[in-house]
Design a protein around this ligand. Structure first.
Ligand code: PGA
Length: 252
């Protein structure tokens, strides 16, 4: 890794996973991690909401943490189908993703909504992983850096610190497509985010910046070596421990 920050390799299972098979995958991941003398990175799995409690129980005391994939901005109330940050914490989660592009698109989540969710996460004692990323059209029209700056500044929770905040840069066009930006493009965006954070936060240099979008065993080492890349947010390749572990190994 290019920096001294402790890397974070996060798996986002999205809407995948049933009790029995998921438990087997998580056990296998925990087993691989436990075989190491020391694990030089943080490992996170974000299962669907139905599995947070059982996966957190399984992972308790292991090097693997559990997170939610989204939370509501309110603590409780009349919000049918939603899950609060406090509920995730109560179920054993330590992290929550907010503002994933699938949430921004499928559920019309604005930067303001993402910020409110991130603030709810911090209030509940969770680490918020705030996701940002440009669409293909935005990239092709040369707007990537301005779109990212706008998302970062408007989605960032008040009270964010290096301890409770992680930012994931995920180009929308790279998610689930097998396409990735060049390492130069990733370097540009990550340096840009770091620079933006310096104007917004006191301990900006300690905030981990993850890259996400078609990360797999075969490209992880190259991506994890880019300056200001402090880990990965992995979708498809996080579902099976045997695919996820080689990504973790690149930063061990
Ligand atoms: P992918 O998804 O690794 O399947 O591209 C990444 C994500 O959406 O977090």
């Amino acid at each position: 890794m290019s920096s001294s920050l402790r890397p974070l390799i996060a798996g986002n299972w999205k809407m995948n996973g049933l009790k029995r098979e998921s438990a087997e995958e998580l056990k296998s991941l925990i087993h691989k991690a436990s075989e190491q003398n020391s694990v030089g990175c943080d490992i996170l799995i974000c299962p669907p909401a139905t599995l947070v409690a059982s996966m957190a129980e399984l992972a308790n005391g292991s090097p693997v943490s559990i997170g939610g994939q989204d939370c509501h901005a309110n603590e409780k109330g009349a919000h049918t189908g939603d899950t609060s940050a406090q509920m995730l914490k109560d179920a054993g989660a330590d992290y929550v993703l907010v503002g994933h592009s699938e949430r921004r698109t499928d559920h019309d989540e604005s930067n303001e909504k993402v910020k409110a969710k991130a603030e709810a996460a911090l209030k509940a004692g969770l680490i918020a992983v705030v996701c940002v990323g440009e669409t293909l059209q935005e990239r092709e029209s040369g707007q990537t850096l301005s779109v990212i700056s706008d998302q970062v500044s408007r989605s960032l929770p008040a009270g964010g610190t290096a301890e409770n905040l992680v930012i994931a840069y995920e180009p929308v066009w790279a998610i689930g497509t097998g396409k990735t930006p060049t390492v130069e493009d990733v370097a540009d965006v990550h340096a840009h985010i770091r620079n933006d954070l310096q104007a917004l936060l006191k301990d900006a240099d300690g905030v981990r910046l993850l890259y996400g979008g078609s990360v797999k065993g075969s490209n992880a080492a190259e991506l994890m070596n880019v300056a200001h890349v402090n880990g990965a947010l992995v979708g498809g390749a996080s579902l099976k421990a045997e695919d996820f572990w080689p990504i973790v190994e690149t930063v061990l």
